[in-house]
Design a protein around this ligand. Structure first.
Ligand SMILES: [Zn+2]
Length: 230
């Protein structure tokens, strides 16, 4: 837990949705490939959503663009939107930025194209939800398999910023509802895995895995990360 979150003594009530115009819109259509939480010695501050480079990334709610440029801290091309209830959402690793700072956007408005910029291997959207710059688990706020907020009201308190997510293990294996016929198959990388072994066990080739995931045969595999098999 971050120091800032640990110091939060009060509970804030935020309205996530009080009108169809501020309903949640899924920023990208793919499945959740990695959740919020402790990963390889540091906290993963957001939710990773699968996409192909060039896919449209949309604002999750209406708001005002606070940041839209390349970030060399690892986010790559990053858009940050401040929403009217005080939450901010981060959209990272974009291939193209489609909005400018201070621009007002509607929920669902295209804000960028998905990509693989910054510290990323394989095209995906790294999506964060923050309150006063403290990241919280997006899956505590959003049900990505149902494409809706879990509750129209969000109680912001210390526990919300905790590092474990009760929902991520479910969401990782639940395909997005808009791709019910998707043939994509994923494998969660375990300690000691090699690309050659994974390819052999799944009757595919290393070069095919590299192509699907935008990686090289020499890329170091991250334990816990989902690798697309087909
Ligand atoms: Zn991420």
């Amino acid at each position: 837990m971050s120091n800032d979150a640990a110091k939060l003594r009060d509970t804030f009530w935020l309205c996530l949705q009080d009108h169809p115009s501020n309903a949640f819109v899924r920023p990208a259509g793919g499945i959740v490939t990695s959740g919020y939480g402790w990963r390889r010695g540091r906290n993963h501050n957001g939710t990773d959503i699968d996409l192909n480079t060039g896919d449209t990334v949309r604002a999750a709610w209406p708001g005002k663009v606070r940041y839209s440029k390349y970030n060399d801290g690892g986010f790559g091309n990053l858009v940050v939107i401040r929403h009217f209830n005080g939450l901010e959402t981060f959209y990272a690793h974009l291939s193209k930025l489609l909005v400018a700072p201070n621009q007002l956007v509607e929920g669902g408005e295209p804000i960028g194209l998905g990509g693989n910029t910054g510290h990323s291997y394989g095209s995906h959207l790294h999506f964060e939800v923050r309150f006063y710059d403290i990241p919280m688990d997006p899956e505590r706020v959003i049900d990505f398999s149902a494409n809706t907020v879990r509750d129209e009201n969000l109680m912001v308190h210390r526990e919300l910023f905790g590092l474990s997510s009760a929902y991520s293990s479910v969401a990782v294996t639940t395909p997005a509802v808009e791709h019910p016929t998707s043939d994509n198959k994923y494998y969660r990388i375990r300690s000691g895995d090699t690309l050659g072994e994974i390819a052999r066990r799944n009757r595919t080739t290393v070069s095919k895995l590299c192509q699907l995931n935008g990686i090289r045969p020499t890329t170091i595999l991250q334990v816990g990360r989902n690798l697309r098999i087909r």
